[in-house]
Design a protein around this ligand. Structure first.
Ligand SMILES: Cc1cc2nc3c(=O)[nH]c(=O)nc-3n(C[C@H](O)[C@H](O)[C@H](O)COP(=O)(O)O)c2cc1C
Length: 175
């Protein structure tokens, strides 16, 4: 089974997660590069699509896409990538290191909305959507502190305990 990880990351956490996944699965990792990589334009829902990737998704049995959630949205780099390569992708795993926790997934800014859109777009090709909420790596008393959630990034130091268990389970499921 050939697998590839495509990722988009603005502040590093999803890059870190993508790196860990590709390291564990010993597979390729490639960045999703928007034609215009401008966060403020993305916020205004303005996007010019994504550049062609070097590794064609059709050459892989499994495609893992990793990236963040902003204001409850399926962000343009990830949506642009999946729209462009929908036909080429055989099996998709969608993964996000995001701010919303499991219990907030269906709230206004929760990752649940994004996962539903991904499933709608990809249909049966979508095997699994998995969230790695930042709250899993912050201390109990800071889990509900928005400032801490927004500022915390995944690192070797904090990627332990619950998040690591979720990661191992995900790898097992893909493997
Ligand atoms: C402007 C902005 C808006 C965000 N909105 C949400 C949101 O609605 N839901 C959510 O789960 N996380 C949200 N987040 C948190 C990001 O998904 C989280 O910080 C993610 O790990 C960043 O990924 P990156 O470091 O790979 O760029 C937001 C972050 C930013 C900067």
């Amino acid at each position: 089974m050939k697998t590839i990880v495509y990722y988009y990351s603005r502040t590093g956490s999803n890059n870190y997660l993508a790196e860990r996944i590709s390291g564990k699965l010993k597979c390729e990792k490639e960045e999703i590069r928007p034609r215009i990589n401008n966060f403020f334009l993305f916020m205004l829902k303005i996007s010019a699509g994504v550049k062609a990737v070097k590794n064609n998704p059709s050459d892989y049995d499994r495609v893992i896409v990793v990236g963040p959630v902003w204001v409850g949205r399926f962000i343009p780099p990830l949506k642009g990538f999946l729209k462009k390569y929908r036909e080429e992708i055989k099996n998709l795993y969608f993964v996000s290191c995001c701010g919303s926790g499991d219990e907030q997934k269906d709230e206004k800014f929760g990752h649940g909305h994004v996962f539903r859109e991904v499933k709608e777009l990809m249909g049966d090709k979508c095997r699994e959507c998995v969230a790695f909420p930042i709250g899993l790596v912050v201390s109990e008393d800071k889990k509900k502190d928005p400032d801490t959630i927004m500022k915390t990034r995944l690192t070797d130091e904090n990627f332990k305990g619950e998040i690591e268990e979720r990661f191992d389970k995900f790898i097992e499921g893909v493997g």
